[in-house]
Design a protein around this ligand. Structure first.
Ligand code: B4P
Length: 190
């Protein structure tokens, strides 16, 4: 079983590349962003709580994210491998994920980070705002806050897995296929 974290700033291509990885390797895809959008779309109590954070470009509190993630993993523990997209985004989330995987007799094999500069992120998310109308993409100040939150709270997760020689950075610029090939190269030999 291979378990992968797909990492990177907002709009770096995590969700886009996760779909391609699922097609090729049959991973079970868990996107905490997609899960929250589902909850918000259905106006559930969790969705209502998450909405104020997401709309402002802030992280949803760890306790809410971790509980939601745990349930999804445990419900699907027999799969070939998980691809975690947008999780973990903080050190407490990384700790919780490691403990959860340990309790299932598994571990994270690799973290692949997509490297994309701030201006490209802003351009991509402005384009996506026109197509998908996501509340957290439309306002440039909100996008800038998401980038700042990523730098402050989320980049330490890259170093956390570097300590175990599990982190790798790939260039996230270029065509979808070019980025995909770079990620696949990192997965060789796992
Ligand atoms: P996410 O859903 O994870 O949002 P994201 O980072 O914008 O998605 P992603 O990075 O996958 O988008 P993609 O590049 O595929 O999270 C949304 C919010 O939920 C967070 O801000 C937070 O509030 C909350 N949340 C989620 N998880 C959380 C957690 N663990 N803890 C706390 N809060 C959490 O797509 C971007 C665009 O770029 C697309 O339009 C795509 O077409 C385009 N694109 C992709 N690759 C490209 C390429 N190579 N070239 C050109 N364009 C490309």
């Amino acid at each position: 079983m291979v378990n992968l974290i797909l990492f990177g700033p907002p709009g770096s291509g995590k969700g886009t590349q996760a779909k391609k990885l699922v097609e090729k390797y049959n991973f079970f895809h868990i996107s905490t962003g997609d899960m929250f959008r589902y909850e918000m779309g259905n106006n559930t109590p969790l969705g209502q709580k998450a909405k104020e954070y997401i709309t402002a470009g802030n992280l949803v509190p760890d306790s809410l994210v971790i509980e939601m993630l745990k349930q999804r993993v445990i419900q699907n523990k027999g799969v070939y491998g998980f691809i975690f997209d947008g999780f973990p985004r903080t050190i407490p989330q990384a700790d919780a994920l490691d403990k959860l995987m340990n309790s299932l007799g598994q571990s994270i094999n690799k973290l692949v980070a997509l490297d994309v500069d701030d201006q490209e992120i802003i351009n991509r998310l402005q384009e996506r705002a026109k197509i998908e109308g996501r509340s957290d993409d439309a306002n440039v100040e909100t996008v800038k806050n998401r980038i700042e939150v990523y730098k402050q709270n989320t980049t330490p997760v890259y170093d956390y897995y570097s300590n175990f020689n599990k982190s790798a950075k790939v260039n996230g610029l270029g065509s979808l296929d070019e980025v995909f090939d770079r990620i696949c190269t990192e997965l060789e030999g796992l």
